[in-house]
Ligand binder design. Structure first.
Ligand code: GLN
Length: 546
């Protein structure tokens, strides 16, 4: 029978609940326990696909094409599983399903209520994931903080689960923050007490409290939380801020969380083996020479908008025993101040995904800079469109080539809507989403990176390379190094006369893992690390005799 761990958050949001969930998954997996994960998002959108990155951060795409919360990316990277649409549940989905059932007449004669109809629908999503994944433990994170109005049906549903599946099969973990008062130089537990009280008011007594803090947590503080919140002392787990998120599983394991969960849920576990994580963290913390990578995007003020891209860069750098010095460049700033001012120290330039015309000309300038100065360039989805537009402007000797996303009346629509997108009116969930095959062309940078001829990659786009321009741009030096198996869609393109300018229509960042960087990111950093820019010095061999 599947056991459930429910994770709630208190005091403030953005306290690292997602990383904590991912880390609990890691420490259970290290004991050979199978796990699956689910994120409950209380907002009323059906999915985050239509939300601005400023509102929501990155939209993470699963293999089966669901547009989901970025926490799913952390779950995948930590637990090394490929999740599906079943792992992200929103209030929007729940209410849509309940209302659809009502219209169908499933509840004829009844009044539809939050309890039991909405809560039953929520619990069905838990059970569906348990059944489909066949995992021994399903870890479920309730988004937001305890006390949010939208979150209440989810909290009520997880409360009911204790009765539904039995007390021994359910564990409640509450993640809180201990704020630090500089004037008295102490950590405060009162907000944690209040948020546990709020949980209790709705009938949930946490079994474990994980306390985030930027400062060390004393034994006295643990005792106090244990006493006031009625939680075993060893179940008050301190989680001080660490330098890399990948260290969190090690910290939690060290504090005894793994054994505690195993005991409380009576799980059959093997001895824990976190040696690979230990190795990863040791490497991440060791001083490494940085590679300067400029990320030229539209939403750079909000780093979470590019969460997976940033992680994929770190994974790739680690492979080459290097660090990343990530230079965040607002594409509008490139329009204003020019490429040279902002990109002169970049050893590699990356243009990630995005939507809308704002900042596009700045990205095109950055691509032009990369092409003219032979700087390695990696374009992801929109970054490919940008590379194609820039190359077309150069090759056709005109400033007019564009994507019809940005200029509907351009005489050179080098990027255009996918034919199957032409009659689509609804914006939500209607892009070309999820895994599609890509056939690689031998002898190309892409083929040499992947080392295989057919790959499946995750997509999220409406626009594509316009085949009317294939021959002309091909003659000018663009190589179509990845195509859909029917050759209709350009999936990867690169430049013949450039050390490494490669772009893909898909999003490789979503499938990169800490010990297994995505091949395109790996080779991009592999090239970038050897580029010398202005002011940089080649590393000198250090001799003790000097
Ligand atoms: N806006 C482009 C499209 O819809 C690119 C999307 C993306 O970068 N994910 O095709």
């Amino acid at each position: 029978m599947t056991k459930y761990i429910f994770i709630t958050g208190g005091v403030v949001s953005s306290v690292g609940k997602g990383i904590t969930v991912a880390s609990i998954g890691t420490i259970l997996k290290s004991r050979q326990i199978t796990v699956s994960v689910q994120k409950l998002d209380p907002y009323l959108n059906v999915d985050p696909g239509t939300m601005s990155p400023y509102q929501h951060g990155e939209v993470f795409v699963t293999q089966d094409g669901a547009e989901t919360d970025l926490d799913l990316g952390n779950y995948e990277r930590f637990i090394d599983v490929n999740l599906t649409a079943d792992s992200n549940v929103t209030s929007g989905q729940i209410y849509s399903a309940v209302i659809a059932k009502e219209r169908r007449g499933d509840f004829l004669g009844g009044t539809i209520q939050v309890v039991p109809h909405v809560t039953t629908e929520i619990k069905e999503r838990f059970k569906k994931l348990a059944q489909k994944s066949q995992a021994e433990v399903v870890i479920i994170e309730v988004g937001g903080t305890v006390g949010d109005i939208e979150g209440q049906p989810f909290l009520e549903a997880i409360r009911q689960m204790r009765n539904d599946v039995g007390r021994d099969n359910v564990l409640y973990v509450h993640v809180t923050l201990l704020p630090y008062l500089t004037s008295t130089q102490e950590l405060k537990t009162k907000p944690t007490q209040h948020s546990v009280n709020e949980l209790r008011r709705i009938g949930i007594q946490p079994d474990i409290i994980i306390c985030r803090s930027d400062y060390p947590i004393s034994e006295g503080i643990r005792d106090k939380i244990s006493l006031f919140c009625d939680v075993d002392r060893q179940a008050v787990i301190p989680l001080p801020t660490v330098s890399t998120i990948y260290e969190v599983p090690l910290v939690l394991e060290e504090e005894g969380l793994g054994q505690l969960v195993v005991d409380k849920l009576s799980l059959k576990a093997q001895p824990t083996d976190l040696s690979q994580w230990q190795e990863l963290v040791t490497c991440l913390k060791a001083p490494r020479e940085p590679v300067n990578i400029a990320l030229v995007g539209k939403y750079v003020e909000l780093k979470d908008a590019y969460f997976s891209v940033r992680e994929a860069l770190y994974h790739a750098a680690l492979y080459h025993n290097r660090d990343i010095n990530l230079i965040w460049v607002a594409s509008e700033a490139v329009e204003r101040d020019g490429s040279d001012a902002l990109l002169r120290s970049a050893q590699g330039i990356i243009v990630p995904g995005g939507f809308g015309v704002r900042g596009i000309e700045g990205m095109i300038k950055a691509a032009s800079y990369a092409r003219n100065n032979e700087i390695p360039y990696l374009g992801l989805c929109l970054g490919m469109h940008v590379m194609v537009i820039e190359f077309a402007r150069y090759a056709l000797g005109s400033t007019e080539p564009n994507s019809t996303e940005f200029d509907a009346s351009t005489p050179y629509p080098v990027i255009d809507l996918l034919p199957e997108q032409k009659n689509i009116e609804n914006k939500g969930g209607t892009m070309r989403l999820g895994n599609y095959p890509c056939q690689l062309v031998q002898g190309s940078h892409a083929a040499s990176a992947f080392g295989q001829s057919l790959v499946y990659e995750r997509h999220r786009h409406r626009f594509e390379f316009n085949n009317q321009f294939r021959t002309r741009l091909g003659e000018a030096g663009m190589v179509y190094s990845g195509l859909s198996p029917d050759s209709r869609l350009v999936e990867v393109c690169e430049l013949a006369n450039h050390p490494w300018m490669v772009s893909c229509q898909f999003h490789p960042e979503f499938s990169s893992r800490p010990g297994r960087p995505h091949p395109l990111f790996r080779d991009f950093i592999g090239r970038a690390k050897d580029i010398l820019r202005e002011g940089a010095q080649p590393p000198l061999p250090l001799s003790p005799n000097l």
